[in-house]
Design a protein around this ligand. Structure first.
Ligand SMILES: O=P(O)(O)OC[C@H]1O[C@H](OP(=O)(O)OP(=O)(O)O)[C@H](O)[C@@H]1O
Ligand SMILES: NC(=O)CC[C@H](N)C(=O)O
Length: 504
């Protein structure tokens, strides 16, 4: 029996999908806390909605030894799943949440996270962003050990691994660091995890740091009216999130990133690093470069730099590599907008909008099949005809995957009177599938493999088309890095050079 979604051939309808969002919160000070932990998690998940719009869940606990976990999970958007009554019922001192886009296992209720499982040391809940490169092997191993699985999700495999005692045993009681080390030993990528047991959360990033994860501190309400906090003992709580964009809406301040291979413990006493996996030359850090290009929200910070600034760098670099003489520069909203604006400034041409975007249509690729994705593109954009009629336009997008978006929008612009439409892409051609948490489809479905690059402009009905180079993208991403930790990026979807080989 194979793990669902584990086959080498991606299902017909997969596309470029968001990665999941994970979030955790622990209150400091006396428990029961006055802090509304469930509400904080819910707001955090709303800010991570762009990472997954399929299902979501929240699990909370009072954090005592025998405490029951309260949970609510459901299909759909965060705002539709959790009612005010749910939030009241989910009252707790500690908790975690997840918003999912499936990469492994069907999009159904059995795979909704967080997963909760009984262990020797009490109930344990797990939220996972990523995709295990060796899920198939791990699944066989667990089944051979008599572990029953109840879902098709690779995240359940991680949860079940946590129920195993570490090799060194547990003579002094629970050894969660030992249990997490065992996960790191069994699987190298890709996972950013939030794990809850009793009164503690563990934030874990895989040894190559493929998916992002960061820590924030919840500021006391008094700081909103100007009070300065003197030290960490004054914070209301600690939070962990896939992206720092989750912090603004909950009154939290960015603290730091969880480093590749690091395990951080969050408790009412604060945060402390409890383990750092030894570095291996063969597997240097490999943060997914597409987090910068497309997935992450522009106001998030990775490696000490804001995603928005990197997207601007991409636009500037693209202007150096592929300038064009036009009347105006525009964007395919919205991940591409910072790149388009920077491109315009660099070629010294006006930036203007050619589309208005329907704010109630989500990201196109979240749609479950090709027909709906095509309709999503049609629903998403309306032409601002009077802004571009008779003009030569260069349209900047962040990426082209299947080319679903580009064909109808070039057609629309031309039909509405654009004189010329040139395409510039602020990342290189995507030619290789991703096995680490992003549903980038098979080789054959990627338009850069279907049509020779020099014929793509014709294919889209455009006047010219050029991509950013791999070296250009790397330069744009590394230019503003401000971290003392070693950094590195996974560019496997662009070069086929995978940091960790999948086992199928
Ligand atoms: O070549 P394709 O297969 O069409 O995929 C690429 C397109 O998909 C994304 O848009 P999306 O609507 O998902 O997100 P955005 O609004 O954040 O740009 C991306 O920004 C490209 O426009
Ligand atoms: N996008 C993700 O990170 C998904 C997590 C996990 N692989 C799942 O499919 O549920």
């Amino acid at each position: 029996m194979e793990l669902e979604g584990c086959s080498q051939t991606a299902p017909e309808d997969t596309g470029l999908h968001e990665a999941c969002g994970v979030f955790g919160c622990v209150a400091t000070g006396d428990w029961p806390t006055q802090l509304d932990v469930a509400h904080t998690i819910c707001l955090g998940l709303v800010s991570l909605q762009h990472r997954g719009q399929e299902s979501a869940g929240i699990v909370t606990s009072m954090g005592s030894n025998d405490s029951l976990h309260r949970q609510k999970k459901g299909m759909g958007l965060v705002g539709n799943i959790f009612t005010e009554e749910d939030i009241v019922r989910l009252r707790g001192n500690i908790g975690l949440g997840h918003t999912r886009y499936s990469t492994h296992g069907e999009s159904d209720t059995s795979n909704v996270q967080p997963f909760v499982v009984e262990t020797l040391h009490g109930l344990t809940a797990v939220a996972h962003n990523g995709q295990l490169v060796n899920a198939r092997t791990l699944k066989r191993k667990l089944l051979r050990h008599g572990v029953g699985l109840s879902s098709g999700s690779d995240s359940e495999l991680i949860t079940q691994l946590l129920t195993h005692m570490p090799e060194c045993g547990e003579p002094d009681g629970a050894n969660w660091v030992g249990r997490i080390k065992r996960i790191m030993h069994e699987t190298k990528a890709s996972y950013a995890l939030v794990i809850m047991n009793k009164d503690k959360l563990y934030a874990v990033r895989d040894p190559i740091g493929n998916r992002p994860l960061c820590l924030g501190k919840l500021l006391p309400a008094a700081t909103f009216s100007g009070k300065k906090i003197l030290d960490d003992s004054e914070v209301d709580g600690w939070v962990v999130a896939s992206e720092s964009c989750a912090f603004g809406s909950i009154g939290a301040r960015y603290y730091r990133e969880v480093l590749p291979g690091e395990v951080v413990e969050l408790s009412k006493k604060g945060v402390r690093s409890v383990y750092m996996a030894p570095k291996h030359k063969q597997t240097p850090p490999a943060l997914c470069i597409f987090e910068y290009v497309y997935f992450a929200r522009s106001d998030s910070v990775f490696e000490g730099q804001m995603v928005y600034m990197v997207r601007q760098n991409c636009g500037r670099q693209l202007a150096k590599e592929a300038p064009v003489d036009v009347d105006m520069v525009s964007t395919v909203p919205e991940s591409a907008t910072p790149a388009a604006m920077a491109y315009a400034a660099a070629i010294n041409r006006p930036y203007g909008e050619v589309f208005t975007k329907n704010r109630y249509v989500g990201r196109s690729f979240i749609q479950p099949n090709m027909r709906l994705r095509q309709l999503a593109v049609a629903k998403k954009f309306g032409a601002l005809t009077q802004n571009f009629i008779g003009k030569r336009i260069v349209l900047v997008d962040d990426s082209i995957v299947r080319g679903v978006t580009m064909i109808p929008i070039v057609k629309l612009l031309k039909a509405e009177g654009a004189k010329e439409v040139h395409i510039r892409i602020a990342s290189p051609p995507i030619k290789y599938p991703c096995y680490m948490g992003i549903n980038i489809p098979t080789h054959q479905e990627l338009v850069a493999n279907k049509v020779p690059i020099d014929q793509l402009a014709d294919y889209f009905g455009a006047d010219s088309l050029q991509y950013l180079s791999v070296e250009g993208l790397k330069a744009a991403v590394t230019e503003g890095i401000k971290t003392e930790a070693e950094s590195g990026h996974c560019v496997a979807c662009l070069t086929g050079d995978y940091p960790v080989e999948p086992d199928w």
